[in-house]
Design a protein around this ligand. Structure first.
Ligand code: SAM
Length: 167
């Protein structure tokens, strides 16, 4: 493809990624080669849910652990105040696990094109898991803290992966 037009989205995926099925966090994304900082790992389209769909349906399903916050917009480019809905991230984006202290992936929403771009934030070693941060309020016990013997701060509030840090 030459330069993408306004209605085209160029896709990029780092070719040396694999899914490991049996990590303490469930499935996870790994690289079988070192990855330099700033490398695009994947560009994932999202499926936007309406707030009503989220509350009445998705919140009662496993899918609830996979959706990301997504700002609602009033005009083409402007988010409307703090109103949010949820988005299902298609592709690898839904497979990145959380790490509080070893995160090596940052991500950014492209509201206009309805994609999320995932990039490495530092050098990643061969065989290292690629992790994002879900924020502070988790709905599960953090396997890293369990392994470190640290008591996790369980929060009753059903949290979502928080995009705020990278948007
Ligand atoms: C977006 S999914 C990530 C992919 C998931 N591991 C799988 O196998 O489908 C989010 C879920 O992964 C698990 N998970 C992610 N990070 C974790 C962590 N640090 N400790 C324990 N479980 C984690 C939790 O079950 C969480 O609800």
């Amino acid at each position: 493809m030459s330069t993408p037009t306004a209605t085209e989205v160029k896709l990029d995926r780092f070719p040396h990624l694999y899914i490991k099925l049996d990590t303490p966090k469930g499935r996870g994304v790994f690289s079988n080669t070192p990855v330099p900082p700033g490398t695009i790992l994947d560009i994932c389209p999202v499926l936007l849910l309406s707030p009503a769909e989220t509350v009445h349906h998705i919140a009662h399903t496993t899918m609830n652990h996979y959706t990301y916050n997504w700002p609602l917009r009033t005009t083409k480019n402007t988010p409307s105040s703090n109103a949010k809905t949820q988005a299902v991230v298609l592709g690898l984006g839904s497979m990145f696990n959380h790490s509080r202290s070893h995160q090596n992936v940052v991500w950014e929403r492209d509201l206009e094109r309805q994609v999320i771009v995932y990039r490495t934030s530092r050098w990643v070693e061969e065989g290292e898991e690629l992790c994002i941060s879900y924020g502070d309020r988790l709905t599960f016990e953090d396997a890293e803290e369990r392994a470190d013997g640290v008591q996790s701060d369980e929060d009753e509030v059903l949290d979502k992966i928080d995009l705020g840090a990278f948007s």
